[in-house]
Design a protein around this ligand. Structure first.
Ligand code: PEP
Ligand code: MG
Length: 872
């Protein structure tokens, strides 16, 4: 098995075998760029090394010798030769870039004899001994495991004794003295001498780099970035070039475009007369790359050409390490450069306009999760000092405000002109006015699909939820984050992208919808197959959604229309009613309110479909909780109020269910209390009628929630058709004037989709409930209780409430789509759970052939791009 490849043998496609760095070094060598020659030891060799109990086989050893021989011929130098010594670096190079996580050793091949050869060759003893002491220091810490500070301490003492501040001021004699001390240090801490045999040096260095795959920081980095532990690393052995031989030498890093603005101009830093780690270690302040044009103009010109060439070759912005040795430029490494969201968009659009990449390439390159940074306000990172806790990043954007612990306080303070952050252990529909008044919401309990998360996302407000690092003491009106105390009224900042809760008011940066984003979105629209709808519950959100490019409303949760305080009271009256008459009287009051909202939504969505879901949540959600009522009861003296409270408590108790999410909700409500759905349907058709008279093109699609059996949909569809018959005049009630469909969110509905399709014009997958019921995980509690442990232990690849579980829940969706369409080929299908705004879930929807995805208004640009990416 071939385990050693010279740089002239490989190419960019061999990443899996040669690692990213090795493959790119080979590619650059192949295209004639000035790369110091060398060879790569493969990832296969790494696997064999681990398998053999961290031992280098005879075979590999021989192949390394042969690689070295070839390198000696290319360079005209010999490894370990006192007159013409070859020096090499040994660097890790994994398949996926893991910057700085593994080990590197420079200047291998120096010993007491060869260092003299280097002095003679370069006529520079200061330089040669500096290289040698660096080798002992690096080798000692990386290979022999001696703590780096043992060497640092000796260096500091030396400089103090010599009375100098900078490393460059140390003389050759000084370095020689330090080398003697370093050798003693190695012996003292490891029990053996620093190896004078250069082949031993090389072998030990290669072993150390392989082993560094398993060091702690590399393991952590892989976990965070989801890089498989099995990959292993390649090792690159490369001949050294020196940036520290004098003033016509230097080393630096350059980006071919500006990684924070995207501007097409070189961006980088360098140091004259220095070696790579000096730039990284920050011992000297590097200079900006433009000044290289004054210092070494020819090198600068050449560097510019190399940058152009590499960018054209890789068709992307490059991050390049270079060294200048005695006026000659060498490229040590190139890789696709990291960039921020705005720069990424600009570069992608520019590269298309420059003819370097296609529109499809540009779309593929957009990291949709980064769009959150652009479409919402963000925080000024440099001003973050005190992170109190980190919760779930439930709704993106950043917000500052003073802490308010209940909705009424939040509303009151907002009215008096304050910015507030609503902080609750969890929110309920009762808190909605507080959410509305707040800049952002923080909860200590509840997951990504909790009430607070869903509502905040819908409103485009930043939200951090399930933040168990804060404990709220409602009585004392304060919260605790570890030892720290935040009083009600204190300023905090929320970052809904990272989930951080920060003490104080951190300055915010405004969102920017740039021309580049608009361009990318236009290309996305020309590419995608999926339509993108919005989840929107009121005219304002509908308008925002349309502004972001929504092609319809996929979910209007009508219960949200009842949460405004004035309406909630009527709703509660309706629920409390003892007789049908009483209930109807309350419903009569609710009807015009709901009709008014529907009219606004229809106008905003003129010409586009509007999917309206009839009432879904269990009724107890509209009532205060029993404990609060009991407290109020205790504290009131008014007999009348007492009686009212007692009645409400009786009702709350009567509505109590052990498993409300599996209880009296969804279509079950509509079947038990048909007058409620009756009122809602009437409001929809009256609104439609008014709007049609105004010339608005109305396309209502009435959606029945939580259906589990075809009979439920059958009788509710009859109800819709009856009301339409009564409310709509003949000219407005023709064929295809409205649609009736169902949510598929109970597993049984998916399993019996064929029967259900008989009564449905469309299926909309409610994947929040479908996930909850398929897994049997409570969507409100699972995250805080056991799901995070499952994810830590890798029992599940993702949180299934965020990323659609294509294996299980997805199977139900596929089954239902196939069965439904078999009966009714024109059946319209879509998804309206929170997954509709998730990139991987959108890809699944595209593959499954759904017609649309529906997500909160602010996620629409992201969904348009994700849908295009899925279609490429
Ligand atoms: C769902 O269950 O996925 C859904 C969209 O409905 P809700 O979140 O309102 O239960
Ligand atoms: Mg649901």
């Amino acid at each position: 098995l071939k385990m050693v490849y010279s740089f002239i043998e490989g190419n960019a496609k061999m990443k899996a075998l040669l690692g990213g760095k090795g493959a790119n070094l080979a590619e650059m060598t192949r295209t004639g760029l000035p790369v110091p020659p060398g060879f790569t030891i493969t990832t296969d060799a790494c696997h064999a090394f681990f398998k053999a109990g961290n031992r280098i086989s005879e075979d590999l050893q021989q192949q390394i010798q042969l690689g070295l021989k070839q390198l000696e011929r290319e360079k005209g130098q010999i490894f370990g030769d006192p007159s013409h010594p070859l020096l090499v670096s040994v660097r890790s190079g994994s398949i996926t870039s893991m910057p700085g996580m593994m080990d590197t050793i420079l200047n291998l091949g120096l010993n007491d004899e060869t260092v003299k050869g280097l002095v003679a060759l370069t006529n520079n003893d200061r330089f040669a001994y500096d290289c040698y002491r660096r080798l002992i220091q690096m080798f000692g810490s990386v290979v022999m495991g001696i703590e780096a500070f043992n060497f640092e301490r000796l260096l500091i003492r030396l400089k103090k004794n010599l009375g100098v501040g900078q490393d460059q001021e140390v003389t050759a004699d000084g370095w020689r003295q330090l080398i003697a001390e370093y050798k003693l240090c190695v012996k003292a801490y490891s029990g053996v001498d620093f190896p004078q045999n250069v082949y031993d040096q090389l072998k030990l260095a290669v072993e150390a780099v392989f082993k560094s795959w398993h060091n702690h920081r590399a393991q952590v980095y892989r976990k965070i970035n989801r890089i498989p532990d099995e990959q292993g690393t390649a090792v690159n052995v490369q001949s050294m070039v020196f940036g520290n031989m004098g003033d016509d030498c230097g080393t630096g890093v350059v980006f071919t475009r500006n990684p924070s603005s995207g501007e097409n101009a070189l961006f980088g830093e360098y140091l004259i007369n220095a070696q790579g780690e000096d730039v990284v270690a920050g011992v000297r302040t590097p200079q900006t790359i433009e000044t290289l044009n004054d210092k070494l103009p020819e090198i600068y010109d050449q560097l510019e050409r190399v940058c152009k060439q590499l960018e054209q070759h890789y068709k992307d912005m490059q991050d390049i390490e270079f060294t200048v040795e005695n006026g000659k430029l060498y490229v040590l490494q190139t890789r696709n450069g990291k960039r921020n969201a705005q720069a990424a968009l600009k570069m992608a659009v520019d590269l298309v306009l420059e003819g370097v990449i296609s529109r499809e390439d540009a779309l593929q390159r957009i990291e949709v999760s980064h769009l959150d940074q652009l479409l919402h306000r963000g925080i000024d990172e440099s001003a973050v000092t005190d992170v109190l806790a980190v919760g779930l990043p439930a709704s993106p954007g950043a917000a500052i405000g003073v802490v308010a612990f209940d909705a009424d306080t939040a509303e009151e303070w907002h009215k008096s002109g304050k910015q507030v952050i609503l902080v609750r252990s969890e929110t309920t529909p009762e808190d909605i006015h507080g959410v509305l008044a707040a800049e952002g919401v923080l909860t200590s309990r509840g997951g990504m699909t909790s009430h607070a998360a869903v509502v905040a996302r819908g409103m485009g407000k930043p939200c951090v939820c399930g933040c168990e690092g804060v404990r709220i003491d409602l009585q004392a009106r304060r919260m605790f984050a570890g030892e720290r105390i935040i009083e009600e009224g204190d300023w905090i900042t929320l970052d809904g992208v990272s989930g951080r809760v920060i003490r104080g008011a951190v300055p915010l940066k405004e969102a920017t919808v740039t021309n580049e984003l608009l361009q990318i979105l236009q290309w996305a629209d020309q590419t995608r197959k999926l339509r993108v709808y919005a989840n929107a519950d009121n005219p304002e959100d509908a308008e925002i959604a349309r502004g972001f490019g929504a092609e319809g409303i996929g979910l209007c949760r009508t219960e949200h229309m009842f949460f405004a305080p004035s309406r909630l009271a009527v709703m509660q009256r309706m629920i409390m009613a003892d007789s049908l008459e009483e209930r109807k009287a309350a419903l009569d009051q609710l009807l015009p309110m709901q009709q008014f909202d529907f009219e606004g939504i229809f106008r905003a969505m003129d010409g586009l479909p509007v999917t309206i879901r009839l009432l879904d949540p269990p009724l107890h959600e509209f009532l205060p909780n029993a404990n609060e009522l009991q407290q109020k009861l205790q504290s009131t003296d008014s007999e009348e109020e007492k009686a009212q409270l007692q009645q409400m408590i009786r009702k709350v108790n009567a509505l109590h269910e052990s498993n409300p999410m599996l209880g009296q909700r969804g279509c079950r409500l509509g079947i038990v209390y048909p007058e409620i759905y009756d009122m809602q349907i009437e409001a929809i058709f009256k609104a439609a009628s008014v709007c049609m008279d105004e010339g608005v093109a109305v396309h209502p699609e009435i959606m029945i929630p939580l259906v589990g059996d075809a009979s439920e949909l059958r009788i509710l569809r009859e109800l819709v058709d009856d009301v339409a018959e009564q409310v709509l005049s003949a000219d407005k009630n023709g064929e295809n004037k409205y649609k009736v469909g169902t949510m598929i969110e109970v597993p049984r509905a998916a399993l019996t989709a064929r029967q259900i399709a008989a009564h449905a014009d469309f299926f909309s997958f409610g994947t929040n409930d479908l996930t909850q019921m398929t897994f049997g995980y409570s969507r409100d509690d699972a995250e805080g209780k056991f799901l995070s442990h499952y994810l830590d232990k890798k029992l599940l690849p993702h949180n299934p409430f965020q990323v659609l579980d294509s294996e299980g829940v997805g199977q139900l969706i596929e089954l239902a789509v196939t069965a439904g369409r078999a009966l009714k080929p024109t059946l319209k299908t879509g998804i309206c759970g929170e997954h509709g705004g998730d990139k991987d879930s959108i890809a699944f929807c595209h593959q499954t052939g759904l017609d649309y995805v529906s997500c909160s208004p602010y996620r629409i640009p992201m969904a348009r791009i994700a849908a295009a990416q899925a279609a490429i």
